[in-house]
Design a protein around this ligand. Structure first.
Ligand SMILES: NC(=O)c1ccc[n+]([C@@H]2O[C@H](COP(=O)([O-])OP(=O)(O)OC[C@H]3O[C@@H](n4cnc5c(N)ncnc54)[C@H](O)[C@@H]3O)[C@@H](O)[C@H]2O)c1
Length: 368
């Protein structure tokens, strides 16, 4: 590898451009190739690259890129349902890979990616970047340091804006996204696994499409993606977690709120602005001893994306793995586990029943 990490970015829509803007902030890194079948998207990438665009090779198909490009690291930011086909030729390259979440839309594809990643000689990383959002990272660190005592309950709320329009409207249909519980909520299922330090055993999800997309039609088809849900997840170590998702709450002050409650205290994180609220137990009518702190986010990293600096900090960690200086923090198996919980939640919401993770793991790959 040269002194600078040479990056290729595959898929240059909204997230691909966010990656380009963040790679530009990294030390000893340069983008040398971009890949997208849609000319408008390549134009967005060139705009983001600015003066550097002239030095960057453009490809309209991943197979030609894989045959000819000289890169050390590749970021895959194509639509969810394309990840397997896009990764197929990339696994033949001598380059590290960061693949956006969700790893895949089906368990069959996610398992295939895990197998290929295990055989790949270079690092493979799943883009679960919410772990790297500075307030979320501080929340995780404090829980792991024992600040709440023994963790018993974890609740995560995301109340946000509806899904944005995408290139070709791929995100309107579960066949392309895996369904909302896979597509969006894999981030939160990943956070649950990291925070709780255990694996999910059963899931109950109540969810539906109640407000968004009801008047939208694409080639005569109505979107089939959940826009609100409550999901409870039981973990093997006895910790219980829940996710409260609303995609029609764009007026909410905090897009994400997470609360960890242990036998000694409760810790909240409110994002934005990144406030941590620590509430130790004080007994019945005891005087409250609430402590509030704010986790600062580097303004340059914050401005380079719409994920509270997460994309930048994930890239710093990925670059360290590419250089062999640090381990892969989010593996392909982590990506698979988050998809499993999402698939279980999708089945649960559709069939109105509790779904064991063991049932999902036993599903015939083609049914998943
Ligand atoms: N980490 C996060 O928080 C986050 C946020 C948004 C999106 N994402 C993920 O990033 C990926 C891209 O999402 P987006 O919002 O940028 O969508 P988008 O529609 O804005 O962009 C996707 C781009 O991929 C291109 N594309 C389609 N097929 C391709 C192929 N075979 N090879 C190369 N490019 C191809 C499209 O032309 C488009 O330009 C998805 O997997 C999505 O789930 C992650």
């Amino acid at each position: 590898m040269t002194a600078k990490i040479r990056y290729g970015v595959v898929g240059t829509g909204m997230m691909g451009v966010e990656h380009l803007r963040n790679i530009a902030l990294l030390p000893d890194a340069e983008v040398v190739a971009i890949v997208d079948p849609v000319a408008t998207s390549l134009g967005w990438a060139r705009d983001a690259l600015g003066d550097h665009a002239a030095a960057v090779e453009s490809f309209d198909d991943v197979a030609t890129f894989a045959r000819t490009a000289q890169v050390d690291a590749i970021v895959v930011a194509s639509p969810n349902h394309t990840h397997r086909a896009v990764l197929d030729p990339l696994f033949g390259m001598d380059a590290a890979i960061l693949c956006e979440k969700p790893l895949a839309t089906t368990l069959a594809d996610a398992r295939w990616i895990v197998e290929c990643a295990a055989a790949h000689p270079r690092p493979f990383w799943t883009g679960m970047e919410y772990r790297f959002m500075p307030p979320a990272a501080a929340f995780i660190e404090q829980i792991h340091a024992g600040r709440v005592g023994t963790l018993r309950m974890l609740s995560i709320r995301e109340h946000r804006f509806p899904f944005l329009p995408k290139v070709g409207d791929w995100n309107r249909f579960a066949r392309n996204t895996g369904g909302t519980m896979v597509e969006k909520c894999c981030h939160f299922f990943d956070l649950m696994r990291v925070i709780i330090g255990s694996e999910a055993v059963r899931v109950y999800c109540s969810g539906a499409t109640d407000v968004n997309h009801l008047d939208e039609l694409y080639d005569g088809q109505r979107p089939d993606i959940i826009d609100n849900s409550f999901t409870t997840v039981d973990f093997a170590n006895g910790v219980r977690a829940m996710l409260d998702l609303s995609m029609f709450a764009d007026g909410a002050e905090h897009q994400e709120e997470m609360t960890a409650t242990g036998d000694a205290a409760r810790l909240d994180v409110l994002i934005p602005p990144g406030n941590l609220v620590f509430s130790p137990r004080v007994g019945f009518r005891g005087e409250k001893r609430v402590e509030r702190t704010r986790v600062a986010i580097d303004p340059v990293a914050h401005a380079a994306g719409s994920h509270e600096g997460a994309t930048f900090f994930q890239h710093l960690a990925f670059a360290a793995a590419v250089r062999g200086e640090a381990p892969v923090e989010v593996t392909a198996t982590d990506g698979l586990r988050a998809v499993e919980i999402g698939v279980a939640a999708e089945i649960s919401a559709r069939e109105h029943r509790v779904v064991d993770i063991a049932e999902v793991r036993a599903l015939d790959a083609s049914d998943a």
